[in-house]
Design a protein around this ligand. Structure first.
Ligand code: S3P
Length: 440
């Protein structure tokens, strides 16, 4: 393993500071995709710097979209207009990004050419039937390897469907709605439980019409979208690691500015309050397409939280961070989260193995886990935890390892580049060491 893959975490007494976080990954994917389908120029400020959104830009370039991408986080796309992406000359590489692969599959299903989307080892193990089935019903033929990437998409004129996925998934909802833009009639998706609504908001921001009726979302095919100038808010899922760290370490205070506060993403706020933290949320008065603002967390008590199936879709990317809450004392119990097993890694297995390696009590179940820092009565020893190639595991282990008696090592730490390049540098800035001089 190259040295860059290893991070050493020293114990901390508190986290303190005010900061911004990288642009939201989910929103940036959608703005880039819709910008490519729109008429005219789209300018995106504070575009997500991680490798996943670079994968979306790379795929769009392969589909003939002119993109300028500056180091300052400004991305400009020249939209090709509705249904006018160009047939790619080589496979499109989605890298590690499930959102790129699934949403792009929806877009390409309605384009009159054949294209192939490939992914890395992790993405090639993730389930794709959940998008292949509805897109197939709309008329597209998609070849895969036993339900897994590479996906070869034979696009065609699509017909509208009413889709009712069994598993709540914003990626599936979005893939079907994006295909619905290229279908005859009105396509709808009715979810069993609400998921993040960035596609709905982004469609409206680009001048599209989208109807939301409870858990049913509908789009009419053949709409024109118009290029926009948009600013991507900070990623709440990246902020989650600092919020959890502050909540877990009494006396901490972390203030995150200009972060996305879309209510389908912020269920963590209630979790932190139930755990015993003080949380203040200030939504900016001039919020446009996506609510944003400042969130402040102060650590006070460490308690216990139970998370059940209905809350899981609204916390799906925060569950690894939430596990780290209990590493410092208290208890976290998560049920109905079997979806975690088909993320960038098997997040239940990798999480429990990593926490145990750090000396933290962790129990694995088929659909969840329990982390019990309360029963131990002493600090965990620390150790060597393997992120399993998964960005959110690397960050969760780093926050958990702050609780240990001595230094810990995170193997595969460079996975953080997927969503949060600079994570470890920011950690260093926020940490007040548990030994030595660091005053609060
Ligand atoms: C995402 C949706 C979630 C989430 C992923 C990003 C999105 O996946 O885990 O990181 O941008 O739509 P599912 O919708 O498949 O649960």
């Amino acid at each position: 393993m190259p040295p860059s893959s290893i991070a050493t975490i020293t114990p901390a007494r508190q986290l303190r500071g005010r900061l911004g976080v990288p642009g939201d990954k989910s929103i940036a994917h959608r703005y880039a995709l819709l910008g490519a389908l729109a008429e005219g120029r789209t300018t995106l400020a504070h575009f997500a710097p991680g490798a996943d959104c670079r994968s979306t830009l790379r795929c769009l370039r392969g589909l003939g979209v002119d993109i300028e991408d500056t180091a300052a986080g400004m991305v400009t796309l020249l939209g090709r207009g509705f249904g006018r992406l160009r047939s790619p000359v080589a496979p499109l590489d989605a890298g590690n990004s499930g959102t790129t692969m699934r949403l792009l599959a929806g877009v390409l299903a309605g384009h009159p050419f054949t294209s192939t989307i490939v992914g890395d080892g992790s993405l090639s193990r993730r389930p794709m039937r959940r998008v292949m089935a509805p897109l197939g019903r709309m008329g597209a033929r998609i070849d895969a390897v036993d339900g897994h990437a590479p996906l070869t998409i034979h696009g065609t004129a699509l017909h509208a469907i009413a889709h009712q996925p069994e598993t709540p998934s914003a990626q599936v909802k979005s893939a079907v709605l994006l295909a619905g833009l290229h279908a005859d009639g009105v396509t709808s998706v009715t979810e069993p439980v609400a998921t993040r609504d960035h596609t709905e908001r982004a469609l409206a921001a680009f001048g599209g019409e989208v109807t939301v009726d409870g858990l049913r979302v509908s789009v009419r095919g053949g709409q024109r979208l118009t290029g926009q100038s948009l600013d991507v808010p900070g990623d709440f899922s990246s902020a989650a690691f600092w919020l959890v760290g502050a909540a877990a370490l009494p006396g901490s205070r972390v203030e995150i500015e200009d972060v996305g506060l879309n209510p389908t993403r912020t269920a963590l706020v209630g979790v932190l309050e139930r755990f015993g933290a003080r949380v203040a949320v200030e939504i900016a008065p001039d919020e446009a397409d996506e609510p944003r603002g400042t969130i402040i967390v102060e650590g006070d008590r460490t308690g216990g939280v139970e998370i059940g199936p209905n809350l899981v879709p609204l916390l799906i990317d925060e569950l690894p961070a939430i596990a780290a809450l209990a590493a410092h004392g208290g208890r976290v119990d998560v049920r109905g989260a079997g979806e975690l097993r088909v993320k960038e890694s098997d997040r239940i297995a990798v999480l429990v193995a990593g926490f145990r390696a750090l000396g933290i009590d962790a129990e694995e179940r088929p659909d969840g886990f329990t982390i019990d820092g309360a029963s131990r009565g002493a600090r965990p020893k620390g150790g060597v935890a393997d992120a399993g190639g998964d960005h959110r595991m690397a960050m969760a282990f780093a926050i958990a390892a702050l609780a240990a008696e001595g230094p810990s090592t995170i193997e595969g730490a460079d996975a953080v580049v997927i969503s949060y390049p600079g994570f470890f540098e920011t950690l260093e800035r926020l940490v007040r060491p548990s030994t030595g001089l660091g005053a609060p």
